[in-house]
Design a protein around this ligand. Structure first.
Ligand code: ZN
Length: 245
């Protein structure tokens, strides 16, 4: 029977769920990283309209990368390349849960590498990572510093552009990572979803393969999946998961 859901459901229920589960998967969105101080790249700061000529979805598209490479990297370095940010309680709690053997995979839409920084091992990065960068010509991998320290367009010694291994608009997700993510979710008896409104592809599709009996949503605001959840926690993701630290 479905538990009553709402503001009053507290962390104890979450702990009960975890203790009765053997195959937990976590699926996280931008909200997991904002609690570390990483702003959503879509957020408009005061200088936004003066600083950027195009909307972020344009500046982070494949075609813009190819046609306006210098502007792409200008935006990318200022808005996405957060190298000194530290993991928060959510990342740390998930790393601890993985060590208990119950949490089998973290599936993330974030590209900041904070789960790995916190110690998580099995992280499926649907949108890639700022920490991996490859030459578009010879495919040599480059340190992230090659991007961060380049005055303009980062270049390989062969002359090719060094491209971050992040999925741009107009690019498709990595098939192998999607398959692995679906495989984990299909095996899970508990799925925790946090920091995402679940509005964008591929979240909805991934959820459809879940056959377990414990779907937990941790989000500060309502999502269209709320009616399908067994447990809803309206809290910051860090606070909600801190019971596992
Ligand atoms: Zn090269």
């Amino acid at each position: 029977m479905k538990k009553e859901w709402g503001l009053f459901v507290k962390n104890e229920s979450l702990k009960d769920y975890v203790s009765s589960s053997n195959y937990i998967v976590f699926f996280g969105g931008a909200g997991v990283s904002t609690e570390s101080g990483i702003p959503d790249f879509r957020s408009k700061d005061g200088l936004y309209s003066q600083a950027w000529k195009y909307p972020p979805e344009t500046m982070l598209s494949r075609s813009f990368f190819q046609s306006n490479t210098r502007d792409f990297f200008d935006f990318y370095k200022k808005k996405l390349l957060h190298l000194s940010v530290q993991p928060n309680k959510a990342h740390q709690a998930l790393a601890s849960l993985e060590q208990t053997g119950k949490l089998k995979a973290v599936i993330t839409q974030n590209i900041d590498g904070l789960h790995q920084k916190a110690g998580s091992k099995n992280v499926l990065e649907l949108h890639g990572s700022i920490w991996r960068n490859n030459c578009v010509s010879c495919n040599t991998s480059h340190d992230v510093e090659a991007i961060a320290s380049a005055p303009g367009i980062p270049l390989c010694s062969c002359g090719g552009v060094v491209k971050p291994d992040v999925v741009l608009f107009e690019e498709s997700l990595n098939d192998n990572i999607m398959i692995a993510a679906m495989d984990h979710i299909a095996q899970a008896d508990m799925l925790i979803i946090g920091g995402t409104s679940l509005g964008v592809y591929p979240a909805a599709g991934l959820l459809q393969v879940f056959k377990g009996d414990k779907l937990v949503l941790i989000n500060k605001t309502a999502t269209h999946m709320d009616s399908a959840a067994d447990l809803i926690i309206r809290d910051s993701i860090g606070d909600a998961l801190s019971c596992f630290l």
